[in-house]
Every structure is written in C-alpha cells, then in structure tokens.
Write a protein that binds this ligand. Structure first.
Ligand SMILES: NC(=O)c1ccc[n+]([C@@H]2O[C@H](COP(=O)([O-])OP(=O)(O)OC[C@H]3O[C@@H](n4cnc5c(N)ncnc54)[C@H](OP(=O)(O)O)[C@@H]3O)[C@@H](O)[C@H]2O)c1
Length: 194
C-alpha cells in the first residue's frame, strides 16, 4: 500500500539567452560545473532509504554523460514509443508520461520514490510543467547566445514565480570557461501563498 496518491514533480534544465537547450541532439555548451550542479540536484534526496525517479525522452537519455552513470539514488524511466530494449543504466521504458507518474504512486516504487525529476526533452518539459504535481522548475540561465534547435518552453508567470533566493541553490553569478550563469528556481505560486 502507498501512503500518497501524488509525488512532487520538478523540472531541471539549463538554457541560454533565447531559452535554447540543445543543438543536433546534444548540449550546445560544455560546462562541467553546471553539469555537476544538475547531477547533484537530481541525485540528492532528503529522506534516508528514498530514491528519485528521473523521467526523460530517448534523445535526452542518449546525451547523458556516461561518466556519471549509474546515478546514485535514482530510478531512470526512459520515454519511448518504439524502443523495446532497455538501454544500460535505464530501469524502465515507458510509452508516455502518465505511465511514469502511475508507476511512481503504485507498488513497488511508491514507497521508495521521493521526487519525480523531469530531465527533458521539450515536449516532456511542456507537458509536465502544466501538471498539478509540478511545484518547482530549476533553470540555469546561461548569459550568452548559442546556436540551438531545441528550446525550453515558456514558463507561465501566473503559475510559477521566480525566487530571489532558494535553500541549497547558490544565488551568486557563476563563472565557468569565460561564461556566466545563474541558478534560478521557479516555484508554483499557490505553494508560496499557502
Ligand atoms: N540544456 C538542457 O538542460 C537539456 C536537457 C534535456 C535535453 N536537452 C537537449 O534537448 C535535445 C533533446 O530533446 P528533444 O525534445 O529533442 O528529445 P527527447 O524528448 O529527449 O527525445 C525524443 C524522443 O523521446 C521519446 N519521447 C519523448 N516524449 C515522449 C512521450 N511523451 N511518450 C513517449 N515517448 C516520448 C520519443 O522516442 P521514440 O522516437 O523512441 O518513440 C521521442 O522521439 C538534445 O539536444 C539535448 O541535448 C538539453
């Protein structure tokens, strides 16, 4: 039996000035420290014995930096309509987002999963940011222009509000490889008011 019928959903991405996130199936930049921030966020859990469930599309999974796999404390659900062979370091293949969410709130995963992290791509970000369980969006804003063919969806400012500061998230401007970026967190406004 599970003690809850929902789990928090959080999105995480890094985007450049025009909200670009990808080019030709890869990241347009190479920022190891920013990548480590992302890995640390999705692998850190607050309760002992718990894990996070990562949801991501087939192309985004293929771009994962191998040296960080397998990710500790994580169950990886890959989205694909046609893939039937489970790739190394993925735990489940799901045919749509709802299948992943259902898995998170039913046995055997429901007692184990703490947070559902959405790691892309575009359509998964777009669908999941509208989901009522989605309470936070972690977005690294890289203060530069890059050529991109994949873009983070527009954040509805009536639903999500940008936090000035957020626990566990450095608020100062980061510098790496001659680029600057900031770690932003958007929080669902209903959660702020309550
Ligand atoms: N900057 C960042 O933070 C960040 C984060 C993530 C990704 N990216 C970049 O974004 C690009 C990849 O994103 P993308 O949007 O092009 O591709 P994607 O969503 O990662 O992968 C697309 C594939 O995933 C499967 N898929 C996606 N949504 C699905 C759904 N709802 N149900 C079932 N299957 C689903 C389908 O696979 P099948 O064809 O097998 O059915 C689809 O063809 C890359 O350039 C990557 O580097 C950047």
């Amino acid at each position: 039996m599970c003690d809850t019928h929902s789990k928090p959903i959080k999105l995480i991405a890094a985007a450049c000035k025009n909200l670009g996130i990808g080019l030709k199936g890869n990241l347009p930049w190479h920022l190891p420290n920013e990548y480590k921030y992302f890995i640390n966020k999705v692998t850190s859990v607050t309760q002992p014995g718990k894990k996070n469930l990562l949801m991501l599309g087939r192309i985004s999974f293929g771009t994962f930096d191998e040296k960080y796999l397998p990710l500790p404390n994580c169950v990886v659900a890959l989205l694909s309509k046609k893939e039937s062979n489970l790739p190394k370091h993925a735990h489940y293949i799901c045919r749509n987002e709802e299948e992943v969410l259902k898995m998170a709130v039913t046995p055997p995963l429901c007692d184990e999963v703490e947070t559902i992290w959405i790691l892309g791509g575009v359509e998964t970000y777009r669908t999941m940011m509208k989901h009522p369980w989605c309470d936070e969006i972690y977005l690294t804003r890289i203060e530069a222009d890059f050529e991109c063919d994949t873009f983070f969806p527009k954040i509805n400012q009536e639903v999500f509000s940008l936090m000035d500061k957020y626990p566990g998230v450095p608020s100062e401007v980061q510098e790496e490889k001659g680029l600057t970026y900031v770690f932003q967190v958007y929080k669902r406004i209903e959660n702020i008011k309550s």
